[in-house]
Design a protein around this ligand. Structure first.
Ligand code: SOE
Length: 391
């Protein structure tokens, strides 16, 4: 660990996820009491001018060209991997071998083999007290953390159904430009890995169960798209006059069976016009139900089947009270939180676990579990939708 209880952080990549992670590293110590003080030492990238501009904009002490140099520095304790999936395994394994803790963006990798190598590296590193975590950030949305708590407390009983959707529309327009997220080499898969991975993780996290098998279909609706010379966030300007070929799925639908015997249905698409970032979850148990939609992320809906039938109904819980997960650290009740706060909570939990010498969650092994589900869906779809067991 760096001097004075500092946690020296080096981040790789500085686009959408890099900006979200930077905001979290900056904000976490200002709102939460942390046992270690994160110090944003350096951001790494390939293009010197661009990484320097990013360091200034996002609040990093230094900009460096090439992530390898982060691993040689004694003032960096943790490497935060915010690059596209094709580089996760190489960077994370090297960082763990160099004795650096790792926070890695989701999905963990582009293939099961890469994810397995990352888990092996994480396990060896753990023996030396070096920790690894994968960034399934939505676990840290207070309403979702509350849903997990209610399931754990038995408030909905035995889980019978999970209905999980992740709906976006940012490429529903066929003229929306190509981006790395549409390139299998870089992203591994399309809607399946980018957003389906989140709902697989959430289904397993909230229920505390795992998927034991799946059957699924994938579809690509638009195969050629205009090329953009650069992109910001999810959008770019189709300004090159060339087109590029989409090599990933645009949408995925799949069914799964849960280890506790329940049934799960999943849908992940970037073609749901009007749905901007709709993570919709409904969980029906033997004693009640839970429902959540990220587009109304401060609310959790809870139905308690034990209530008097004359007045029973979905209860609308505004998840901003001090009694709620992460609640007390922010604003007065009802002054809602947003997308970025889940990244802050991720840093808070990670730093707390590092200080206590605990394994943070989700671990790389959890990330591998999700990767195996994604792989099973791809294999099922390739075979026309047959059942693929994960047992
Ligand atoms: C793009 O679909 C994206 O940014 C994902 O990559 C993120 O994981 C998700 O949180 C929001 O949408």
């Amino acid at each position: 660990m760096s001097a004075d209880n500092e946690l020296g952080v080096g981040m790789v990549g500085y686009a959408f996820m890099g900006a979200a992670h930077s905001q979290a590293w900056r904000t976490a110590p200002r709102f939460f009491g942390l046992a270690l003080a994160p110090r944003m030492r350096a951001v790494a990238g390939r293009d010197e001018a661009a990484v320097r501009a990013a360091a200034d904009r996002l609040g990093w002490d230094e900009a460096v060209v090439g992530w390898q140099s982060l691993l040689e520095r004694d003032d960096i304790d943790l490497v935060d991997v915010c690059t596209p999936g094709d580089t996760h395994a190489e960077i994370a394994v090297a960082a763990l071998e160099a004795g650096k803790h790792v926070l890695c963006e989701k999905p963990l990798a582009n293939s099961v083999a890469e994810a397995e190598a990352m888990v092996a590296a994480a396990e060896s590193a753990a023996a030396q007290g070096v920790r690894a975590m994968v960034g399934f950030t939505y676990r840290r949305v207070p309403a979702i953390a509350l849903a997990r708590r209610l399931v754990e407390q038995g408030r909905i009983g035995q889980v019978r159904h999970v209905r999980a959707q992740y709906l976006q529309d940012w490429i529903a327009d066929p003229q929306a430009p190509m981006s790395w997220r549409l390139d299998k080499q870089k992203a591994g898969s399309g809607a399946l890995g980018d957003i389906g991975a989140h709902v697989v993780d959430l289904a397993q996290y909230i229920t505390g169960e795992t998927l034991t098998g799946v059957t699924g279909l994938l579809e690509t609706f638009v195969h050629e798209r205009p090329e953009a010379s650069s992109s910001a966030g999810l959008s770019g300007v189709a300004d090159t006059g060339r087109t590029g070929t989409v090599t990933v799925d645009d949408a995925a639908v799949f069914l799964g069976k849960l280890s506790g015997g329940g049934l799960a249905t999943f849908e992940a698409t970037r073609f749901a016009w009007g749905r901007k970032n709709a993570i919709r979850l409904e969980i029906n148990g033997s004693a009640g139900s839970l429902a959540f939609d990220f587009e109304d992320m401060n609310l959790l809906h809870f139905y308690d089947a034990a209530e008097d039938a004359a007045t029973a109904g979905f209860r609308r819980i505004v998840v901003t009270e001090p009694e709620h997960p992460y609640g007390g650290a922010w604003w007065p009740p009802g002054h809602g939180l947003g997308y970025e706060h889940a990244f802050t909570h991720q840093v808070v939990d990670l730093v707390g676990d590092l200080a206590a010498g605990r394994q943070p969650t989700p671990s790389f092994a959890d990330g591998l579990g999700v990767q195996r589900v994604l792989d099973a869906v791809e294999r099922s779809a390739a075979a026309g939708g047959g059942w693929v067991s994960l047992a």
